[in-house]
Design a protein around this ligand. Structure first.
Ligand SMILES: *Cc1c(COP(=O)(O)O)cnc(C)c1O
Length: 248
């Protein structure tokens, strides 16, 4: 832990510390209920819509991983945080357009939202050109198989959006390292059903890619169920930072 940056107001830091204590307790309880070791689950603080000063406060409270879903916002925030002397791991978790890859590879440590072969190839080319080490990638999978909502399709041989083809391209890319899977529970699904289905997909995926063991699942509302079904990373925004004024 380090001292908070002077831009962090003490009352906001106290608020974030309280949120962090609550979320850490939920994660610890879920781990013990599931018979899992607490060290198996990484909490990613999803800081979208919140300022760099919140990232600095969270970093000073021991948060090591942060998540963002829009390139323009994330690029500026990452630069501010770096200038202030903090170095959390940045996870890009939002829908990514191919023309944003060159920007994202400059600040992201992990991209969790690769769901097509075309995107994987664009990200690889950007990573080879713009980084000195490979970029960690999680393939985003669709739990309900609805292609409209994003996510590669587990039971599909589609050459662009099938999980098999996407994972194969990432695994073979010089600029990328296949690290695992990411998913969002579909609206209207019971979390247990959604993450149970995801666990089945992850089992099949690991049989082919045993080195890619990360499973990013679970948000503020459903992190307990995700941990029950094997999540190694939970992505927590509103429970930590407060309700966002915009729907994202
Ligand atoms: C915003 C977001 C989160 C965090 O959601 P909360 O409900 O605020 O915890 C997690 N994952 C993704 C992909 C997101 O876009």
């Amino acid at each position: 832990m380090t001292d908070a940056h002077p831009s962090v107001r003490p009352d906001r830091r106290a608020e974030l510390a309280a949120g962090l204590a609550r979320v850490r307790a939920r994660i610890a309880d879920a781990c013990s209920a599931a018979g899992r070791d607490r060290s198996e689950v990484v909490m990613i603080a999803v800081t979208k819509t919140y300022p760099a000063s919140d990232v600095l406060a969270l970093a000073s409270l021991g948060v090591t991983d942060v998540g963002e879903n829009r390139d323009r916002e994330a690029a500026g925030k990452a630069a501010e945080v770096t200038t202030a002397g903090a170095a959390p791991r940045w996870h890009f978790i939002g829908q990514l357009q191919r023309n944003k890859c060159r920007s994202v590879v400059r600040y992201a440590d992990v991209v969790q939202s690769v769901d097509s072969v075309r995107l994987a190839r664009a990200l690889d080319a950007a990573a080879v050109a713009g980084r000195d080490r490979p970029l960690d990638v999680l393939v985003q999978v669709s739990i309900d198989g609805d292609p409209a909502r994003g996510g590669a399709l587990a039971d599909s041989a589609d050459p662009d959006t099938g999980l098999g083809p996407v994972a194969e391209v990432v695994a073979g890319a010089d600029g990328l390292r296949l690290a695992g899977l990411m998913a969002v529970a579909p609206l209207g699904w019971e979390p247990e059903r959604a993450f149970g289905r995801l666990a089945e997909v992850a089992r099949g995926f690991r049989a082919v890619h045993p080195e890619a063991a990360a499973l990013s699942a679970g948000m503020s509302g459903d992190l307990e169920a995700a941990i029950t079904y094997g999540a190694t990373h939970v992505r927590v925004g509103s429970a930590l930072l407060g309700m966002r004024s915009t729907l994202r």
